[in-house]
Write a new protein. Structure first.
Length: 383
């Protein structure tokens, strides 16, 4: 039982309206008739998969993708009705659950297809083709192997897709590789169709494929990180779109104290005050998904619009911030780690860059004990 207010410690603010607007913008960038598939892996990249799916269904979007069976089952049990594709591996031993929840399962290779067929459970599947990422899929050049899947008892192939692995890179070398992947994918589809096979849905573009390529002829495009209004990093894209960041991360100030010159704070007394400093403890830490090294890497928070540096070592449940320049900082106040506050902004791309990672990882690591509060939230009325 959760007795605490979701705003009592630390939380994620998520704007479902922003996500819905992003979906409309992304769909408008596709060829007319091409559907947008919302990728809801890792709890919708930390944004709350159930809430996102329900909001998008109300906007008329009905295609979703997740990473695993548990994610898909959670959506179905919440009442999500649209098509749900599992992009990752599910063992054949779970075939009954795939059918129970009316899911579409990716065939990750020929052996996987054979195992799913041998389960004796009729299943809807989508066939992954490996066009050069060499992660999952039947090699696109092996059309005979791909065609065998269509003939396997119990498997209803309702889609054939692939994944572009360097579409985020605008270099000529990456462009050549992406063009080769598209060539292999198109050739495989053509060969399957010449054999009299119906490929169903076709898709190869994900977020960066949408942003860096022209509209393609396929029936679906998958939107992951871009759906949430951020890019993986600060690299430029060919087709910038007016996307809105949908997530803010905030935490309560638990305590404020003054350190004398030379006094230390935190584990290992890693922070030493060069002069008299005001130090605040925030009620958030690495158990909530923040990198433990964030303070050493230049992490900052916003308090009343002022940037305040993290100091010392990030703890499991708290972190320390130097609030000497923020006279407004007081116990019970709010600090912003991602988002806007008082005219200032710390974006997810900036924070991820300080950690030498991408926003996909940063956002998907945000912990389950960070409740989601759907925006807009009236900051002035926060207790």
């Amino acid at each position: 039982m959760n007795c605490a207010s979701p705003l009592s410690r630390a939380w994620r603010e998520v704007s479902l309206d922003a996500i819905a607007r992003n979906a409309i913008v992304l769909r408008s960038a596709l060829r007319p008739g091409c559907r947008l598939m919302a990728v809801l892996k890792a709890d919708a990249y930390g944004h709350g998969a159930v809430g996102v799916a329900e909001r998008l269904e109300r906007e008329g979007f009905g295609d979703f993708a997740v990473a695993c069976l548990d994610e898909a089952a959670a959506l179905r049990e919440s009442g999500v009705r649209g098509r749900i594709l599992i992009l990752g591996y599910t063992p054949a031993s779970e075939a009954a659950e795939l059918r129970r929840y009316r899911l579409e399962q990716t065939v990750v290779d020929l052996e996987h297809a054979q195992a799913l067929s041998a389960s004796g459970v009729p299943l809807r599947v989508q066939l992954a083709l490996d066009t050069g990422m060499h992660r999952l899929g039947i090699p696109a050049e092996d059309v005979d192997a791909a065609a065998r899947v269509f003939a396997m008892p119990g498997l209803d192939v309702c889609g054939v897709f692939s994944h572009l692995c360097v579409s985020d890179d605008l270099s000529p070398e990456a462009g050549t590789y992406t063009a080769r992947q598209l060539e292999l994918y198109r050739a495989a589809l053509a060969n399957l169709r010449r054999a009299g096979l119906r490929c169903g849905d076709t898709h190869i573009q994900a977020s960066y494929g949408i942003l860096n390529l022209p509209p393609l002829e396929f029936s679906v495009a998958r939107a992951g990180i871009a759906l949430y209004g951020v890019l993986s990093d600060g690299a430029p894209v060919r087709r910038p779109l007016p996307l809105e960041s949908a997530l803010s991360l905030r935490a309560r100030i638990a305590s404020v104290r003054t350190l004398s010159p030379g006094e230390g704070a935190g584990y290992g007394l890693a922070f030493r005050a060069a002069g008299e400093r005001r130090i605040a403890a925030l009620a958030i830490g690495y158990a909530d998904g923040l990198p433990r090294e964030l303070s050493r890497l230049g992490g900052e928070v916003l308090i009343a619009g002022r940037r305040c540096p993290m100091v010392g070592r990030v703890c499991m449940d708290q972190l320390l911030v130097d609030v000497t320049a923020a006279s407004e900082a007081a116990p019970g106040g709010v600090a912003t780690l991602i988002g806007c506050d008082g005219g200032g902004e710390i974006g997810a791309v900036e924070l991820a860059g300080k950690c030498s990672t991408i926003t996909n990882e940063l956002l998907s690591r945000l912990g389950a004990r960070l409740p989601i509060v759907h925006s807009p939230v009236d900051r002035a009325n926060m207790p």
